[in-house]
Ligand binder design. Structure first.
Ligand SMILES: [Zn+2]
Length: 427
């Protein structure tokens, strides 16, 4: 199980170079497992107990298996994660020509660890809107795995203090990748040619590393991969839902876009996607069990999954000494007294109990008291819904690098705990 789950995670990430691809790969796996697809405007979301379905909204997706008992009585058990990762997005008018080179204008999406994007072989991926055969805009997924672009470093001879003083990058001037010499086609023309001559109306595209994910290290202890934050969590949540047995509680997985830029969007965690989808699921039971959402939410729990900072042996002083998770050490519970993470004593106890029932080790993270803490979808959804929430994740290194690092044994740990959570419910 450990290795096969990790290999499956790597193929999930390889199939998901953008949030839109991540949603499509998730949908493909759900359909193969017998889940029914609803349109986002269907009402209610109605399947019988034990049956399963999903609904997509742009770069977000929500999947569920209807519980044997109504959500008002048995609650929702929700696993949440995010589909987006920091990268460089292509501007609407990207064509630049300087000193004989063809270049593209790009801008950072989220908190990119920028130095890692230099001297990499870069492709392009995301969503394109083209004019369909009926004359109306039509969305198409797009990926180019060829190394078509590269952001070249400046030679050390022209930047002699770079190793001692650090790399300073001006995001406007220093990020445009080189894509060819003077004769390279305009971006829109190239895109149209790649899409068989379609009329391109707009795009949501970014650069991506074309190097596939891999396991590495002696005895393959590690995963080296793009987008582990947070597709490792997306994969674990989705796979746990697919593998779980029907329970009293309604099992839900929600994967949101736009976490890396604050979650404020029509499909992000700050929007109504989760709340409205749960209400649409709950209405299927409305005439059999009174109380509705007002009863369902207090009976529910949200496991907000995002990657955690593992301790780095070369920078160990960056961690609180007693709260320093390691790779392959099992799920990490993240706490923050000012609610940058939504965990509290009640949800922490519930999760620790699950881990011990599965004989899975569990770790703790709090930020050092003199450092600022990150955040994720947990506190946002907790506040939006009023649902008890825990923030957890697997430990990793190089977060927000173009190529991150995690432990190869944590996938299986996470899967067994999440499956137990979905089958056991909150109460
Ligand atoms: Zn994240």
């Amino acid at each position: 199980m450990p290795k096969s789950a990790t290999k499956d995670l790597l193929s999930f990430i390889q199939a998901s170079p953008s949030p839109f691809h991540c949603v499509e790969e998730s949908a493909r796996r759900l359909l193969a497992a017998g889940f029914k697809e609803f349109r986002d405007s269907d009402e209610p979301l109605s399947v019988e107990a034990g049956q399963a379905a999903f609904v997509k909204r742009a770069g977000s997706i929500l999947a569920y298996r209807a519980g044997a008992i109504s959500p008002a009585a048995a609650g929702f058990t929700i696993l949440g994660a995010h589909t987006d990762s920091p990268n460089l997005r292509i501007k609407p008018k990207p064509d630049l020509g300087r000193h004989g080179y063809a270049q593209w204008g790009v801008e950072p999406y989220g908190g990119v660890l920028m130095s890692t994007w230099l001297d990499r072989d870069l492709g392009v991926s995301g969503r394109v809107h083209v004019r369909g055969s009926d004359g109306r805009p039509k969305a198409r997924l797009f990926r180019c795995d060829e190394p078509i672009a590269r952001i070249a470093n400046l030679a050390i001879h022209l930047n002699r203090e770079v190793n001692s003083k650090g790399l300073k990058l001006d995001f406007q001037d220093h990020l445009p990748p080189l894509v060819g010499m003077g004769s390279a086609p305009a971006f829109g023309k190239w895109l149209s040619d790649e899409l068989g001559g379609a009329e391109v109306l707009s795009w949501d595209l970014g650069l991506m590393d074309v190097q596939p994910p891999t396991m590495g290290g002696f005895d393959e202890s590690f995963i080296f991969s793009p987008r582990l934050d947070n597709q490792a969590s997306c994969y674990a949540a989705l796979r746990a839902l697919i593998d779980a047995e029907t329970a009293d509680t309604t099992q839900v997985v929600v994967l949101f876009d736009h976490e890396e830029v604050g979650s404020r969007s029509h499909s992000g965690a700050m929007g109504a996607f989760l709340r409205d989808s749960l209400a649409r699921i709950e209405r299927h039971y409305a005439d059999r069990c009174p109380g509705g959402m007002e009863r369902a939410i207090p009976n529910s729990i949200l496991v907000s999954m995002d990657m955690a900072h593992g301790i780095h042996p070369n920078y160990a002083d960056k961690h609180e000494p007693k709260h320093a998770p390691i790779l392959n050490g099992g799920p990490v519970i993240k706490e923050h007294v000012e609610q940058r993470y939504a965990t509290d004593g009640e949800t922490s106890a519930w999760f620790r109990d699950l881990c011990s029932s599965q004989e899975v080790p569990v770790q703790d993270f709090v930020i050092k008291s003199n450092m600022q803490c990150g955040s994720t979808i947990g506190p946002i959804s907790a506040a939006e819904l009023g649902v008890r929430t825990i923030d957890i994740g697997s430990a990793m290194l190089s977060m927000h690098s173009i190529r991150e690092q995690a432990g190869s044994r944590d996938t299986a740990y996470m899967l067994s705990v999440l499956k137990a959570a979905l089958e056991g419910g909150a109460n």
